[in-house]
Design a protein around this ligand. Structure first.
Ligand code: TRP
Ligand code: ZN
Length: 901
């Protein structure tokens, strides 16, 4: 029998936070026995049932796409009238408190293309069987109350062919193992820590292992093992090192030790997301685990360090303390992202890490928050939880934690977190409980922050300042407003911490003393805006400040709207001591320069001069001059300099064009880059040459920082001296000692359609033909070539033998890059880009709904486009919606994007 027949009500049901009820039934212990085979896996589940006092109905278990072979209650086989199979579940009528329920289920992991539940991945020497259960994959493995507030102790036995699956892994510690005599073997794992079923995992396959050990401060010896396909095992060393550093860091900074005898990580090429924190058995997308200098860019290394730490930190924030329901997702994700951000900042540069995090926030979260998919960090209802693993939950969620941590100060934050673990270890908690624990340890009521969790949309903060020479006071007025978002027409005021400094003529901060405060002064202040608008008066300010530095370090996830002039921003760019705000001044200045380019193109679109005349006090000229005076500065951190030399990317700038004309926006950004390249003159190539002399392909922080500037200089120089730079790039794309540089050089050639581009692409393909993760770079580089012909190129690549819609990394590299990073081609006026995307999306949805839904978010902002493209995309979204077997995940995105919630 098969229980997947669609039932309308189930497919359209929404889940509401307000409807939360404690579970009627809990499962105290779970025993699972798997007879593993890619085509025919049998799962025997023994559930020890506990009925709550308040329970009213019969036992109901979730189950999706399962074939039930047998069912027994307290040892007695059940007849047809003793239970009922539903579309997505199983009801057992006579289960009692203390009953033992046994089910036997049949699965076909080989045919599971959704990569949720138990599925297979091609390994070096055959298939690997593995699981992904968050958020609701466990119900695709066996019948169970698939909700995070049901915590159980697991004992898991795996049986499989010994040759094909020598490695048999599950959560917790290995109990016993042995042979069954018929060429099969088995292993039994026991996890002593109660956990929700979304943290269950198993892996069976033929993988190589990197072994290491860690001794906790408590003296526990922990075996560390990373497993990957044999030919990739040499790329695990960096991840192992990052893991050990993360383990130590969590001990030192949060007093949290590891709590099992073994910690394992498995790499797979086929994975829907970055990685998964299964208890004691993390599973990673290879892209975020396997790196070495020959195949991985500096960014890849940074991702590995961050994600290894992220998943490890979940052991406490997520696993030991888990979420009561999926509305609390940010309780584990926002908090864990924040912990990872702290860790990465500690192991590298605080300023650079903050710049990178704010870039992600602006590109992914602010844009999400401004469109039809905007939702609160803790939404109050959802139709498909898979669609809420978003930048809002993760990155805005982390910003909310950052504000709380800043509010409490170092010691208060640590005390609050200690209290949180103390109160909720072993429990499934809520955001309210988290705030209560933090507040409890600090004698504060933090419930005012709840509105940040409940309200979607990015607040706009505006500031005006006034100096009064007579009284020598400076008054700063701050005002907040948040535009309506879907389902939330009325917005409340939020508590917004605003870190500020006033800079004097020499660039030094003026001593700040607030009216109505003591005599003490400080170089900066944190103003907490509570109401819609408020003013603060600073005393003893001898002269009008030269510049105001607002929202230092991006102290709140808001958009800042200031009247700062280009000259004031240029002053901040050269004098601000807060590294982050220095970069921020450069960004703001570049935005003004972009607006100016856009305006010019809109009024005189035919003029395509490379460095058009413009007055010396125009934002563009001021921006270029300021950067020209910095490029030779060898005392500046080269990576920071590279970031100062980079205007906001196309995703951020696109937001500034209403309606959005992709061609115009692209031309304006090109003009912006060209103007900078020409203003910097020969300096870019000079610095490039200097840096090249030091370049040996090392991966330490200093080498990575130099490389960031080296690559940026080459990209800029290509706009001024193309022939010369193309020759350099062609050479470096083949023989530079690091992948970062080779990839950047290849990018220069392809982006400018250099004569050497095709040969360089061909040699890259040849070098990495059998290396999936590295070949993704080759697909992505081509998908983002800024040309209308990229549509045909992507079309051809979809038919490339190495392309497959079954592999999420490939899909992101080719289709994702095309839809998000290739505006000229994707938005081609004849609709060819959309048509290609539509065809691929339909096929993809039939294979992997989670990935299809994520791809579809690329067009969520279609309403911002000029009418022609808007109409085409809207028609496309409607057609997709009308597909008879459109998945629940995709349908949810389409419905919200079309604003038909
Ligand atoms: N919990 C994972 C993390 O952030 C996210 C994750 C991994 C995930 N795989 C998934 C979420 C599949 C949804 C579906 O670390
Ligand atoms: Zn996470």
């Amino acid at each position: 029998m098969n229980a997947t027949s669609p039932i309308e009500s189930a497919a359209t049901a929404r889940v509401h936070l307000a409807d939360y009820r404690e579970p009627d039934w809990r499962i105290e212990t779970v025993e699972l026995e798997f007879d593993l085979d890619p085509l025919d896996t049998r799962v025997l589940a023994r559930l020890q049932l506990r009925r709550s006092g308040h329970a009213i109905g019969p036992l109901r278990l979730d189950g999706e796409g399962l074939e039930l072979l047998a069912i027994r209650l307290d040892g007695v086989a059940l007849g047809d009238s003793d239970y009922r199979l539903e579309a997505n579940g199983l009801v057992v009528f006579d289960a009692r408190d203390g009953s033992l329920l046994e089910t036997q289920t049949r699965l076909e992991p080989l045919h599971n293309t959704a990569l949720s539940g138990l599925y297979t991945s091609k390994g070096g020497s055959g298939a690997v069987l593995l699981t992904q259960c968050e958020a609701q994959g466990f119900r695709r493995i066996t019948w169970f109350p698939d909700r995070p507030d049901v915590l159980s102790r697991y004992r898991v036995t795996l049986r499989a062919d010994r040759q094909r699956f020598p490695l048999l892994l599950s959560n917790g510690n290995l109990l016993t193992r042995g042979e069954t005599g018929d060429g099969r073997h088995w292993a039994t794992w026991q996890d002593p820590h109660p956990k929700p079923c979304y943290l269950f995992a198993l892996v069976a396959g033929d993988l190589a292992t990197l072994d290491d050990e860690f001794v906790t401060v408590e003296g526990r010896r922990v075996a560390l093992r990373i497993h990957a396909n044999a030919e990739l095992i040499g790329r695990c060393a960096y991840a192992m090192d990052a893991l050990k550093r993360a383990m130590r860091w969590d001990e030192v900074n949060y007093g949290r030790c590891y709590d099992l005898d073994i910690f394992q990580i498995v790499a797979t090429d086929d994975f829907n997301m970055g990685a998964m924190e299964n208890k004691g058995l993390n599973i990673f997308n290879s892209k975020y685990l396997l790196v070495d200098p020959a195949h991985s860019s500096d960014e890849d290394f940074r991702h590995v360090e961050a994600i290894v730490a992220h998943e490890y930190f979940h052991n406490w924030t997520g696993n030991r303390v888990t979420c009561r329901d999926w509305f609390q997702l940010a309780l584990k994700e926002g908090l864990t992202v924040y912990r990872e951000q702290q860790f990465s900042a500690d192991s590298g540069s605080v300023v650079l890490k903050r710049i990178e995090d704010v870039q992600i926030l602006r590109r992914a979260q602010f844009t999400e928050d401004a469109g039809p998919l905007a939702h609160a960090v803790r939404p109050d209802s959802y139709a498909a939880i898979d669609n809420f693993y978003t930048a809002t939950v993760y990155d805005k969620g982390a910003e909310l934690i950052r504000m709380l941590a800043a509010r409490l100060g170092r010691a208060g934050w640590r005390a609050g977190m200690d209290e949180y673990f103390h109160r909720h270890d072993g429990q499934a908690a809520t955001v309210e409980q988290f705030l209560a624990a933090l507040g409890g340890a600090n004698d504060l009521d933090l419930s005012g922050y709840l509105v940040w969790y409940a309200q979607a949309g990015t607040p706009v903060l505006s500031a005006t300042g006034q100096y009064d020479a007579q009284s020598k006071t400076y008054t700063l007025s701050l005002k907040q407003s948040t535009a309506p978002t879907p389902g939330q027409p009325i917005k409340h005021s939020l508590p917004i911490p605003v870190r500020i400094a006033l800079l004097g003529d020499n660039g030094l901060p003026l001593p700040l003393r607030l009216a109505d405060s003591g005599a003490e002064t400080s170089d900066e202040s944190v103003l907490e805006l509570q109401q819609e608008s408020q003013s603060w008066r600073f005393l003893d300010i001898p002269a009008a400040p030269r510049a105001v530095s607002l929202l230092r370090g991006c102290s709140a996830p808001v958009r800042l709207s200031t009247q700062a002039s280009a000259t004031e921003l240029a002053f901040l760019l050269s004098h601000e001591s807060d590294g982050f705000n220095r970069w921020e001044a450069a960004q703001q200045l570049a935005r003004l320069a972009f607006d100016e380019q856009l305006e010019r193109l809109a009024t005189q679109p035919m003029v395509k001069s490379k460095s058009p005349d413009r007055p010396a006090d125009s934002p563009s000229a001021i921006w270029c001059d300021a950067l020209a005076s910095l490029i030779g500065d060898v005392t500046l951190d080269p990576a920071l300099l590279a970031e100062l030399l980079s205007p906001p990317d196309e995703l951020e700038l696109a937001e500034r064009c209403t309606p959005y004309d992709p061609t115009l926006a692209w031309m304006a950004r090109e003009a912006l880059e060209n103007s900078l390249a020409h203003a910097l003159g020969a300096a870019t190539l000079t610095r490039h040459a200097d840096l090249l002399r030091q370049e040996q392909g090392a991966i330490d922080g200093a080498a990575q920082n130099r490389r960031r500037l080296l690559n940026r200089c080459l990209a800029l120089a290509a706009r001024r001296e193309p022939a010369r730079v193309f020759a350099i790039a062609a050479q470096r794309s083949v023989d530079a000692p690091s992948m970062s540089e080779r990839q950047a050089a290849l990018g220069v050639l392809t982006r400018h359609a250099a004569p050497q581009a095709d040969a360089a692409l061909a040699s890259f393909e040849q070098a990495h033909a059998t290396d999936a993760v590295t070949l993704d770079k080759w697909f992505a580089l081509q998908a983002r070539i800024p040309s209308e012909d990229t549509v045909e190129r992507v079309e051809a690549l979809l038919a490339h033998p190495a392309f497959s819609l079954r592999n999420p990394n490939r899909v992101h590299a080719l289709l994702g890059t095309f839809a998000i990073r290739s505006p000229l081609a994707f938005h081609r006026a004849d609709g060819a880009g959309y048509a290609l995307f539509e065809r691929a999306l339909i096929e993809l949805d039939g294979l992997n709904p989670q990935v299809a839904a994520r791809m579809a978010t690329a067009v969520r902002d279609f309403r911002r486009l000029e009418p022609g493209r808007r109409g085409r995309l809207q028609a496309m979204l409607r057609r997709l919606q009308d597909l008879p077997d459109c998945s629940r995940d995709l349908a949810d995105i389409l419905r919200r994007a079309l604003d038909e919630a």
